[in-house]
Design a binder for this molecule. Structure first.
Ligand SMILES: [Zn+2]
Length: 718
């Protein structure tokens, strides 16, 4: 604690001296004018107004394509227009399943019924204020997006988190999941990956439940007394095979505009790419407990034990049978993005877009996920509108997207990005926010070239706890390091005690930055502020939960609006694009060193020397470029073009093995993780396989990409 205090105090001193005069900001030759616009902007985002947006947007369930979803689109469009943005509501037609009749029943071997579900989400209305939203008739029952209809009956096997290692462990214990119904718990990987693996292992159905160990009473008091998941709380969610491709399942790579002819859509009976063929459904722990309790067979590995009060067994002995009856209405449905634009004023850079976005659709009310992000974004837009009134015009075009149907598989953002792939090849950044606020801890993920950019922006915004967002972020990370707390943002970074600065995580997937960075190579960031959030994707993620447990006075919505806004302002107006390719090269060197150790452990004979040399070359080229970025005064447009093209050079047009939609050679969602990024994915996944020839071929693709990037940087810095 002592060492930590020394660090924080010296930083505070530094930033105080810096604020006495206009600071030097990377990318700006003279920050004086920008500092004035920043100050004017920071005054606008209003906590109270943000709270009102949140209350309005979350008044009713607004599942993508519903009438209420359209009402929220109109609300957002009106706010965009009021701020002076050129605004359009942009429809797409995408394949979505809606639950019609969902029945899950479990029986013991002697035919006794153990449970019928899914239970309605409900808490005692007499205790701790109850929940004023839970009786809304428009709340959908527990279901999974992308699950097919089905009627299956089978014995139950418990497979922990449903990781690849868990299925291998079951096989090694002699437990076969073929033709069984697999019961897995939420956590560790993306739910679609659980179904992807269960299907590959021959299961006939999947039940995914929330164990109290992961977000229920084992973590703290349950709602409405505390923020954690009550026994009936269920996590809805998409089980699309997101690591294969996101977006509308019938139109990978092309936009599913309303006028797209049916002949351009993959026929439903040929859909196998990113859609499961076996039914899947989520359960609460109230519904899962009677099934788990009755399972016998081998006692589960001890690390598979959750927090229910009995020893977990793996089953597979015929003691428990489950019947899943799922009727889904799967159809093409209309969704609505809202797109707001502020034209750029610099003739050489007005076609270089700065894109920022957040999704608007929710499984139910979505107070945290995603409308805390929407409420904050609307106050960001409010601030941009005030600057426009004061005469400000951005150099580059600003495009703000309110995406629809993110929950079903990043549909609104993916279809829009596919439609605008041409101009987006010049986009200088995509800034994402999804969960804007679930508590007070600021978190960020970004490509390495923008990690310092995010830190710099966070130094200009005050924290509700005092000091700056940056200082509080740093204090939180020091506390978390002591307490070993992981989080969704920033958890994938391999950090060390010797790290000199706050950690910014890697971009995996599970939100709308995926089409921008991993399909189109647009440098991206994702920011938000996190806390004890146990009601994810349940009916209890509502305004009542938000004001009790996340942010009662909306101070963090205001903070989020300010940080998000400065990201947009700086990227739209900077003289030289503030990408740090030295940092990028350095991180890639580390990724390759880790891959080298994995290959050695697996006794794979690989030649990593050319790739390592190329990564070192990128690091050096990035260092030379950095000094050029600071000093250059002529040919700025050409310099910026080269800087932007460098990220594009990381794309491999062939894409990754058996998932060609993913073109980025450095980052992709892991085929077997989903949310978490796999770095240098082509190489690392081939090493894990293990498949030495494929790993060597992927190393060659990576080396080419890195050398293409260095060629561009070296050419421009000459
Ligand atoms: Zn979300």
């Amino acid at each position: 604690m002592r060492a930590a205090c020394t660090l924080t105090c010296s930083l505070l001193a530094l930033s105080l001296t810096a604020s006495a005069q206009t600071p030097q900001v990377f990318g700006y030759h003279d920050f004086t004018q920008q500092a004035k616009w920043d100050a004017a902007f920071l005054q606008v985002p209003d906590a109270k107004l943000a709270g009102e947006h949140l209350k309005t947007l979350t008044a009713a369930p607004h599942w993508a394509s519903s009438q209420q979803d359209y009402v929220t689109a109109v609300y957002v469009a009106d706010k965009f227009k009021a701020a002076g943005l050129e605004t359009q509501i942009v429809p797409y037609k995408v394949l979505l399943n809606k639950p019609v009749n969902i029945v899950i029943e479990a029986f013991s071997a002697d035919g006794k019924k153990l449970m019928t579900g899914p239970s309605v989400e409900h808490v005692d209305p007499e205790k701790y204020g109850g929940d004023p939203f839970q009786d809304n008739p428009d709340i959908f029952p527990a279901f999974n997006g992308s699950s097919p209809s089905g009627d299956v009956t089978g014995e139950v096997v418990y497979a922990n988190y449903g990781n690849l290692a868990d299925f291998k462990k079951l096989a090694s214990m002699g437990v076969n999941v073929k033709d069984k119904i697999v019961l897995v718990r939420y956590g560790s990987n993306f739910r679609g990956v659980k179904v992807y693996l269960a299907q590959q292992y021959g299961a006939k159905g999947v039940l995914i439940y929330s164990d109290p160990a992961d977000d229920g009473y084992f973590r703290g008091d349950i709602y409405p007394k505390g923020p954690f998941r009550p026994s009936s709380g269920v996590q809805r969610g998409s089980v699309q095979f997101l690591p294969i491709y996101p977006g509308d399942p019938q139109t990978p790579g092309i936009a599913s505009t309303p006028d797209l002819p049916d002949s351009k859509r993959i026929p439903l009976n040929e859909l196998k790419g990113n859609q499961p063929s076996i039914p899947a459904n989520p359960l609460s722990y109230k519904d899962a407990a009677p099934i788990l309790k009755c399972l016998d067979g081998a006692v589960s590995p001890r690390e598979w034990q959750g927090a229910l009060p009995f020893a977990y067994h793996v089953g597979g002995t015929g003691k428990v049978t489950v019947h899943m009856h799922l009727e889904q209405d799967t159809a093409l449905r209309t969704i609505w993005n809202v797109i707001g634009t502020i034209e750029g004023s610099d003739p050489t850079q007005k076609d270089d877009w700065v894109v920022a976005g957040n999704h608007r659709d929710a499984w139910i009310f979505g107070a945290v996920d995603p409308n805390s992000g929407t409420a904050a974004m609307l106050e960001t837009v409010h601030g941009l509108g005030e600057l426009i009134k004061q005469g400000w015009r951005p150099k580059r075009r600003i495009v703000i997207g309110s995406w629809d149907a993110e929950e079903e598989g990043l549909m609104g953002s993916t279809e829009w990005a596919e439609q605008h792939a041409g101009p987006l090849a010049r986009a200088v950044a995509y800034f994402n926010t999804d969960v804007g606020v679930s508590g007070p801890e600021f978190k960020a993920a970004a490509v390495p070239s923008l990690q310092q950019f995010v830190r710099d922006v966070s130094k200009q915004v005050p924290s509700p706890k005092g000091g700056t967002v940056y200082q509080q972020w740093r204090r939180d990370q020091e506390t978390d390091a002591t307490n070993h707390i992981a989080s969704s943002l920033g958890a994938n970074h391999i950090g060390s005690a010797a790290e000199e600065d706050v950690r910014v995580g890697n971009l995996g997937s599970g939100s709308d930055y995926t089409p921008f960075i991993q399909h189109l190579g647009v440098p991206s960031t994702d920011i938000g502020s996190e806390g004890s959030y146990g009601v994810y994707h349940s009916a209890f993620d509502n305004y009542n939960w938000y004001i009790k447990f996340a942010d009662p006075d909306f101070a963090y919505l205001q903070q989020q609006a300010r940080v998000f806004g400065l990201e947009i302002l700086h990227m739209a107006d900077t003289d030289v694009l503030p990408y740090d390719y030295q940092a990028y090269g350095k991180d890639i060197v580390e990724y390759l060193q880790v891959a080298q150790r994995h290959a050695a452990t697996g006794k794979l004979s690989l030649d990593l020397a050319p790739a390592l040399a190329a990564a070192h070359r990128l690091e050096s080229a990035g260092a030379v470029m950095r000094s050029h970025q600071i000093s250059a005064t002529a040919n700025i447009a050409a310099l910026n073009k080269a800087l932007r093209d460098t990220e594009g050079a990381f794309l491999n047009p062939e894409g990754l093995p058996h998932r060609p939609w993913y073109k980025h050679t450095i980052y992709a969602p892991g085929e077997y993780t989903g949310y978490a990024a796999v770095v240098i994915p082509g190489v690392n996944e081939a090493i894990s396989e293990p498949d030495a020839p494929r790993a060597q071929a992927q190393l060659a693709r990576l080396t080419e990409a890195l050398n293409r990037a260095s060629d561009i940087l070296e050419g421009a810095a000459r």
